[in-house]
Every structure is written in structure tokens, then in C-alpha cells.
Design a protein around this ligand. Structure first.
Ligand code: ADP
Length: 353
């Protein structure tokens, strides 16, 4: 069951990637119909005995459909043209006796309608999502400005209250400060999600000492979560070619989740381990765990498991989606093993150089 679900998720993921043509170079988008046509020509003698007369229609209309999905309107129309030409030039040789000019014209019209329909649907979907993403981006930026003022003043009040030993005011203002931090991090996640979706999420690759990077993140989180126990185990002498800031963001997110979804007295363990050509970083907790049903879904946009919602932990279900995109961009892997009620271990595997 888990394997089927995993396969279905991967198919959905691949279809989403296929439909997301705006992040692709023009060269790839326009070269695709030619490659698809070559493939179809290569496969035509295999399909002809199976599909008979329908083979030209099935094969050529799939070129139009996939090219429109992969490349959008322009490549969709180009594919229509190539499909019509291919139909006339190459399929004629096997179907000579049955061809008629009217049949060819009807087939071409069907291709044109198909190409226009698929590419306009994906263009329209993209436009609607772009507007939504632009709104989130705009609102996010506008919200960050007043929040940075609130944060500035609360920090000022904290230091004054501490000096004057006004402990009640100190306690209240610290709470304002904490809640402001939570809001800023939620807004940052929303902004990152928008950037990923519009293709403006940037990366700055460099050689990074992985042990140094993980240690840096753990040290920082130990200061933020001063009352929690974060163990660091294992070691690595390897270097990865990565965006230091983005990988730190992923590990921070895993650590924050591990702390958030386990009891205040429970420790968490961060471990680094060398594999043959990669390094494995794991973050283990002894918290609420994740049900088998949710193990794949939690990596998708806005998904939050019911146990997390029931435990009234705040969150938008964005952190793991962003982490997955970052790790995929580094050609690495991210996954989880978990036992409900006992805890979870999240793994990140990155290639070393
Ligand atoms: P958020 O924590 O803001 O909801 P994430 O994308 O980081 O968003 O996580 C998605 C969901 O995955 C969470 O809502 C929670 O249900 C589940 N989850 C993530 N990490 C853990 C963990 N360490 N233990 C249990 N559940 C987790």
C-alpha cells in the first residue's frame, strides 16, 4: 500500500513538474516537440500492430498534449505543426490505402484544438496562481515592516525593564517578542514559498564543510531554545557543494519541528554520518510521531497531520515543502521514518565532492 501511494505521489510530482513550464528555458521548451516527434517515429512500427489505424492519431496527439504541457502555447503550436507534417509525411507510408485529404485536415484541426486547449488551460492556471503568489509576496513584505518596528520596541523595552528590575513588564514584553518572532518566521516561509513557485528563489552555491555547517545550526538553536536538550552525534570530514544558508534553513526547520512536536522535557538528536559518496544528516525526536498515512503527505504544500493540529501547535505546513524543494535543488534526498506516539527521524542525504 505504501509503495503504491509513493508511486502515485511521484507520478503527481512529475505531472506538476511537467505542467510548470514557466521555469524552463526557451531552448528546452521548443526542442521538446522535435525530440517527442523523433521518439514517436522510432516507436511507430511498435505501436502500429497494437493500435492499427488509431496509432497515428494516438501517437501524434500525445506529442501535441505533452509538448503543450511541457512548453506552453508556443511549443504546443509548434508540436501541432510538426504532428500534422509527420502525419502527412511518415504515417502515409503505412496507411497509404486509407488516407484522404479530408481526414488529414480533420486530424490537423483536432491537433490544433487540443494544443490550444491544453496550453491555454495551463497558461490560465499559471496566471491565476501568479496573481495569488504576487498578492502573498506583497502582503508579506507589507506585514514585515510593522513587525520589525514592534520587535525593535519590544527589545528596547526588555532591556529597560531588565535594568529597572520591572519583572512583570519584562515577562510580558518577552512574550510579545517571542510571538513577533513566530509571526516573522511564518511570513518568511510564505515569502519563500511564493519565491519557489514564481521561480525567484535564489541559490548561492559554494564548497561547505558539512560538519561545520551542522554544528553552526545546532549551536544557534541551542541558544534560541535554551531550556531544551539538543544532542549532536557523529562526525564528517566531507565537503558538499551547496548553498550554506539554504541547507542551514532545512536543518533548522527539522530541529525546530523536532522540538515543536515533542514534549518540553524530551531531548532531540542531530547526527552526521558519512556514506560512500554522500553524507547523511538525521534529526531524531521522541515526540508525537507521524502516522503511515501522513508520511508522504507532510512534504506537500500546506499539509499538516491531524495529530499536529490536535496538539494545537502553530504552523502553516510550509517548512517541509520548502525543505524538500531546497534538497531537490541540491540533487539530494529527504525522508522520514516514524512511529506514532514514539517519535520521528528525518533524514537528509547530500552528495559530497
Ligand atoms: P508546520 O510545522 O509549520 O506545520 P512543516 O511543513 O514543517 O509545517 O510540517 C508539516 C507537518 O509535518 C506538521 O504540521 C506535522 O504534522 C508534521 N511534522 C513535521 N515534523 C514533525 C515531527 N518532528 N514530528 C511529528 N510530526 C511532524
Amino acid at each position: 500500500m505504501y509503495k503504491i501511494e509513493k508511486l502515485w505521489f511521484e507520478i503527481k510530482e512529475q505531472l506538476t513538474i511537467l505542467g510548470d513550464f514557466h521555469n524552463r528555458s526557451k531552448f528546452k521548451r521548443y526542442a521538446f516537440p522535435f525530440l517527442a516527434t523523433l521518439l514517436v517515429l522510432f516507436l511507430k512500427s511498435f505501436f502500429y500492430p497494437l493500435l492499427g489505424r488509431a496509432s497515428s492519431f494516438v501517437l501524434l496527439s500525445s506529442i501535441v498534449a505533452i509538448s503543450s504541457l511541457y512548453g506552453g502555447l508556443g511549443p504546443g503550436l509548434l508540436a501541432t505543426f510538426i504532428a500534422a507534417l509527420t502525419n502527412y509525411q511518415f504515417f502515409l507510408t503505412i496507411e497509404t490505402s486509407r488516407r484522404s485529404i479530408t481526414g488529414d485536415i480533420i486530424l490537423t484541426i483536432i491537433f490544433i484544438i487540443e494544443g490550444l486547449l491544453i496550453s491555454s488551460i495551463s497558461e490560465a492556471k499559471f496566471e491565476a496562481e501568479k496573481e495569488k503568489d504576487q498578492f502573498i509576496g506583497f502582503a508579506g513584505h507589507e506585514l514585515k515592516n510593522p513587525l520589525s518596528v514592534i520587535k525593535g520596541f519590544s527589545e528596547l523595552t526588555i532591556s529597560k525593564a531588565r535594568k529597572k528590575k520591572l519583572y512583570k513588564i519584562l515577562e510580558y514584553t518577552q512574550e510579545i517578542n517571542n510571538q513577533t518572532d513566530i509571526m516573522v518566521s511564518l511570513i518568511n516561509d510564505l515569502l519563500d514559498m511564493t519565491r519557489i513557485r514564481v521561480g525567484s528563489f535564489t541559490y548561492k552555491f559554494e564548497d561547505c564543510d558539512i560538519e561545520d555547517l551542522v554544528e553552526g545550526v545546532v549551536d544557534y538553536q541551542r541558544v534560541v531554545f535554551i531550556n531544551r536538550k539538543i544532542k549532536l552525534l557523529g562526525s564528517s570530514n566531507r565537503t558538499i557543494y551547496a548553498d550554506r544558508y539554504r541547507i542551514s534553513q532545512v536543518i533548522s526547520n527539522l530541529i525546530i519541528n523536532a522540538l515543536k512536536y515533542s514534549g518540553d522535557d524530551k531531548p532531540i538528536e542531530v547526527k552526521i554520518k558519512n556514506n560512500k559518496n554522500s553524507v547523511l544528516i538525521s534529526v531524531k525526536d521522541f515526540g508525537i510521531g507521524i502516522s503511515p498515512d501522513d508520511r508522504l503527505k507532510i512534504f506537500t504544500l500546506f499539509y499538516r497531520a491531524s495529530q499536529a493540529k490536535r496538539n494545537s501547535k502553530e504552523g502553516l505546513g510550509l517548512g517541509l515543502y520548502i525543505s524538500t524543494k531546497i534538497i531537490q535543488h541540491h540533487k539530494g534526498k529527504i525522508w522520514v521514518k516514524s512511529s506514532l506516539g514514539k517519535g520521528s527521524t528525518f533524514y537528509v542525504e547530500l552528495n559530497t565532492i
